[in-house]
Design a protein around this ligand. Structure first.
Ligand SMILES: Nc1ncnc2c1ncn2[C@@H]1O[C@H](COP(=O)(O)OP(=O)(O)O)[C@@H](O)[C@H]1O
Ligand SMILES: [Mg+2]
Length: 237
């Protein structure tokens, strides 16, 4: 096999996200991640569940590069983009388009940048919202705008940390529908990892993994894990 073929094959076979024996402790000594080991090999919507303090948010901070692991390796095929529980924590400028422009690579010319803003709004169902002041958006629209920012920045790996925790059921539904569509679009389907406490959301996932005390278990079907977790909750009462 010549070098070009080897490179092409490596790219095709490389996972979308891979963690190899990743561990992390906070400076106070608290061990938050213990030998995390998993890989995601196709685009789609992947979910993480786990008790408070099990290490889910720390895992996202390590994957996104906000924190450096103490040991182990993280491989991301695309630049990761974080979406937080509270959309007000990542929306900065007064209108949808001005905020999105911040995320578009600034080496592009003005026309291309504005086109990228419009395309990103269309991808999340906010095509008409270009000039809308951000404070007039609903919680679900703000979360979809945050997802549009990730798209505008060319990210194909979304890390969503309880994105629906503060939303009403209809906004919750609009966000999950949007992410599912983006993860199954024909061109460049996204890879999304979604942390949730809402068991009903698990059925939308291509796979779900549980975190326990800094460890990530295997990815299972959403239905299977939902039944298992429901059983545990019932047994505890
Ligand atoms: N900034 C921090 N400094 C020290 N310990 C932290 C910090 N953030 C989180 N932790 C600890 O790390 C562990 C994992 O927390 P976290 O990743 O936030 O869990 P989760 O998102 O699953 O609720 C917990 O024991 C938590 O108290
Ligand atoms: Mg958390």
């Amino acid at each position: 096999m010549n070098h070009t073929n080897q490179v092409a094959e490596k790219y095709i076979e490389s996972p979308y996200l891979m963690l190899n024996q990743v561990s992390f402790s906070w400076p106070c000594g608290k061990k938050a991640l213990r030998n995390c080991n998993f890989s995601i090999n196709s685009p789609g919507l992947w979910m993480l569940v786990g008790a408070n303090g099990s290490g889910k948010s720390t895992l996202f901070k390590v994957i996104s590069g906000l924190l450096k692991q103490d040991s182990g390796k993280v491989f991301c095929k695309s630049k990761p983009a974080l979406v937080f529980q509270n959309p007000d924590h990542h929306l900065l400028l007064p209108t949808c388009s001005s905020d999105l422009l911040l995320s578009v690579p600034n080496h592009l010319n003005t026309e291309t940048r504005m086109q990228r803003v419009q395309e990103s709004l269309e991808q999340v169902g906010l095509a008409e919202m270009r000039s809308r002041p951000i404070h007039t958006l609903s919680g679900g629209q703000k979360q979809r705008l945050a997802i549009a920012s990730a798209i505008a920045s060319n990210s194909e790996l979304l890390l969503l940390d309880e994105p629906t925790a503060l939303l009403d059921p209809s906004s919750q539904n609009s966000v999950i529908t949007t992410v599912k569509q983006l993860c199954s679009r024909p061109n460049n389907p996204l890879t999304a990892i979604w942390i949730t406490h809402r068991l009903e959301e698990l059925e939308h996932a291509n796979g779900v993994a549980k975190m326990d005390d800094g460890m990530v278990h295997n990815f299972e079907s959403g239905k299977k894990l939902r039944q298992l977790l429901h059983g545990l909750a019932v047994r505890r009462v």
